[in-house]
Write a protein that binds this ligand. Structure first.
Ligand code: SAM
Length: 267
C-alpha cells in the first residue's frame, strides 16, 4: 500500500490519511463555503488538501498541526502568501478562547485524525459558545452515532452529548479510495452547528455525561438496573419514566431530567 504522498510518508500515530480526490475536496470546501472576514480554523492541515483550496478563497486561515515536519512544510508553502497562521500544537491542548473574536465566531474544519476525533470534538464542545460551525471528516460509523435518534442501534452517549451541544447534519459519504493511504473504514463529513440555546436545560453537563455513560455501558439492561447507582425506581417513576425501559429509548430530554435529578440530590 502506498503510504507516501507528495514526498511525505504518512505517520500512523498522527492518524495521517491524506485526501487525494479533487472532487471530494471540492465538495467539502463547497460545504464549508469559506468567506473573507470569517474566523476560519483548520485542525490537522497535513499536506494542505483542504488548506490550499480554502486559501484560494480567503485572505486568512489559522491551522493547528501537531506533526513538526508538516508544520514546517506549511511554513514554506509557496502559495499561501502569508495567509496562514500556524499553531504547531496538539489540538487537544489548545485554548480556543483567544482564537475567537466577538464579531467573528470560529468556523472550525478538518479531516480529523480518527484515533482522537472524539476527544477533539469533546474538547471543542467546551468552546461551543465561541463557535459558529464545524465541518469534520470522521469515520462514517462515528457520524452515524453523532446523528442517531432514540431507537436507532447507533444511538448512545455520543449522540446525547453531541446533540446537547450541536445540531448535527451529515453532509457527504467518502470512500477509502479518496485518501492516501486509504483508511480501513468508510468516512463521512458532518456539519455540527452549536445551538444558540441548548435544546434542554442541564444543571451540570458532567452529570449528563456520567448518567448517559452509565446507561449505555449496559445498554441491554433496563434503566432501573443500569442507573440504580444514581437513581431509584421510584424516582424514575416520579420523573414519568418507566423503569423497565432501556437507555436506547430515552430522549435527550429524558436524560436531562434524570441528570438534573441526580445533580440536585447528589450533593
Ligand atoms: N487535512 C489533511 C488532509 O485532509 O489530507 C490531513 C488529514 S490527516 C487525516 C490528520 C492530520 O491531523 C494530520 O496532518 C496529522 O498530522 C494531524 N494531527 C494528528 N494529531 C493531531 C493533533 N493532536 N493535533 C493537531 N493535529 C493533529
Amino acid at each position: 500500500m502506498n503510504k507516501t504522498h507528495l514526498g511525505h510518508t504518512a505517520r500512523k500515530r498522527f492518524g495521517q490519511n491524506f485526501l487525494n480526490d479533487t472532487f471530494v475536496i471540492e465538495q467539502i470546501v463547497d460545504a464549508i463555503n469559506p468567506q473573507n472576514g470569517e474566523n476560519l480554523l483548520e485542525i490537522g492541515p497535513g499536506l494542505g488538501a483542504l488548506t490550499d483550496p480554502v486559501c484560494e478563497r480567503v485572505d486568512a486561515l489559522t491551522v493547528i498541526e501537531l506533526d513538526r515536519d508538516l508544520a514546517e512544510r506549511l511554513r514554506h508553502h509557496p502559495f499561501h502568501g502569508g495567509k496562514l497562521t500556524i499553531i504547531e500544537q496538539d489540538a487537544l491542548t489548545v485554548d480556543f478562547t483567544p482564537l475567537a473574536k466577538d464579531d467573528a465566531p470560529l468556523r472550525v474544519f478538518g479531516n480529523l485524525p480518527y484515533n482522537i476525533s472524539t476527544p477533539i470534538m469533546f474538547h471543542l464542545f467546551k468552546y461551543a459558545h465561541l463557535i459558529r460551525d464545524m465541518h469534520f471528516m470522521l469515520q462514517k460509523e462515528v457520524v452515524n452515532r453523532l446523528a442517531a435518534s432514540p431507537g436507532n442501534k447507533n444511538y448512545g452517549r455520543l449522540s446525547i452529548m453531541t446533540q446537547y451541544y450541536c445540531q448535527v447534519q451529515p453532509v457527504l459519504n467518502v470512500p477509502p479510495g479518496a485518501f492516501v493511504p486509504p483508511p480501513k473504514v468508510d468516512s463521512a463529513v458532518v456539519r455540527l452547528a452549536p445551538h444558540k440555546q441548548p435544546p434542554v436545560d442541564v444543571a451540570d453537563v458532567k452529570v449528563l455525561e456520567r448518567v448517559s455513560t452509565m446507561a449505555f455501558n449496559q445498554r441491554r439492561k433496563t434503566i432501573r438496573n443500569s442507573l440504580k447507582e444514581c437513581i431509584s425506581e421510584t424516582q424514575l417513576l416520579e420523573l414519568g419514566l418507566d423503569p423497565v425501559r432501556r437507555a436506547e429509548t430515552l430522549s435527550l430530554e429524558d436524560f436531562a431530567n434524570i441528570a438534573n435529578w441526580v445533580h440536585k440530590h447528589d450533593s
